[in-house]
Ligand binder design. Structure first.
Ligand SMILES: [Mn+2]
Length: 335
């Protein structure tokens, strides 16, 4: 795979070092980012199930708790919302989380002398004592598969299902450009471990609540195109969100409807939040249109082709500023 941007200045800990730290620890907290997705939950639960089999005392916390959509994941009952009072652990592990702050309340609830940070976000600065950031990996679940295999840790059918969900959701079902031959090899290995791909895919992609499609209908009503159709956006106001009774996770993946349009290079989704902020999600179809760089201008980050930010301001204000920045980036591409 060709790599055309400078690697972040992170000295990666080896899998052997990480496995050593895990073997030494008795109590381990496994965390991931707020607004969790399939890679966050799948990674947390896969590692938790594996370390439980090692005899570790494992705690799995996420600020948002388990989402209904992912409740089918093996071991999902292990995942809880963090308590308000912090607890002490031998080891904290952050998965798929670009900055410590993105661990939210779960990060604040864990006091640990040692932290491991395993992730694939380009914007991850390598926080923690042992960091392993592989931004060529399309999902943290893929790094975890390599880690568990390398360290000789268990991968049973339940662990495999979690890893499969992590990889499938972060690659758009093995479709995005970061999907490599290795990703398919790992997919095959996971199927050999007992993953029922038809069943899992139906649960992931053909079991949406009707509410989500009603939301899509509203979003398409706000759809607009700029820069000769190379940039497409839609927006969700608080008013509409309240009217439809949408859950925060309902809009996961809806932006792909914009990305899927011919001629669109950058897709943007604006979501008005309660605290005078707007959540901005961006997807790019062209690595030269680096949406992570655009989102960093608004205090966010992510990957070159999928990134996000939370910008302060009203919905129209943020829309204007962000669209301006995207148009400038897209126009400088000269294509
Ligand atoms: Mn991920």
């Amino acid at each position: 795979m060709s790599i055309d941007v400078a690697a972040p200045a992170v000295t990666n800990a080896s899998f052997t070092e990480i496995a050593g730290a895990i073997r030494q620890a008795e109590s381990i907290a496994i965390l991931s980012h707020v607004r969790p997705d399939g890679d966050a939950f799948g990674s947390q639960l896969a590692l938790a199930l594996s370390l439980k089999q090692l005899g570790k005392n494992v705690t799995v916390w996420n600020e948002d708790g388990m989402l209904e959509k992912y409740a089918f994941l093996p071991g999902s009952d292990m995942l809880e919302k963090p308590p308000t009072e912090p607890s002490t652990f031998d080891l904290g592990i952050a998965l798929d989380t670009a900055t410590q702050q993105r661990l939210g309340l779960a990060g604040e609830a864990v006091s640990a002398p040692r932290w491991i940070n395993i992730d694939h976000h380009v914007s991850n600065p390598g926080y923690g004592d042992l960091a392993h950031i592989d931004w060529s990996a399309p999902a943290t679940g893929q790094i975890l598969f390599e880690f568990l295999s390398d360290a000789g840790l268990p991968i049973d059918s339940g662990i495999a299902e979690n890893l499969f969900v992590a990889i499938s959701t972060d690659t758009g079902s093995f479709q995005y450009p970061n999907t490599t031959a290795r990703t398919f090899q790992i997919g095959a290995e996971l199927l050999k471990c007992g993953v029922d791909v038809g069943r899992v895919s139906q649960l992931l992609y053909e079991s949406y609540p009707r509410r989500r499609v009603e939301l899509l209908r509203e979003l398409l009503g706000t759809m607009r195109f700029v820069a000769d159709g190379r940039v497409a956006s839609f927006s969700l106001s608080l008013k509409v969100a309240q009217k439809l009774g949408v859950f925060p996770e309902d809009n996961e993946g809806l932006i792909d409807h914009l990305r899927a349009i011919e001629g669109v290079i950058v897709a943007v989704f604006f979501e008005e939040l309660i605290e005078g902020k707007v959540r901005v999600s961006m997807r790019s179809k062209d690595a030269a249109a680096d949406v992570s760089a655009i989102c960093q201008k608004f205090g966010g980050g992510g990957h070159k082709m999928a990134a996000g930010a939370r910008a302060r301001g009203t919905l129209p204000e943020v829309e204007e500023r962000v669209m301006e920045a995207i148009c400038a980036a897209v126009e400088s591409l000269n294509r």
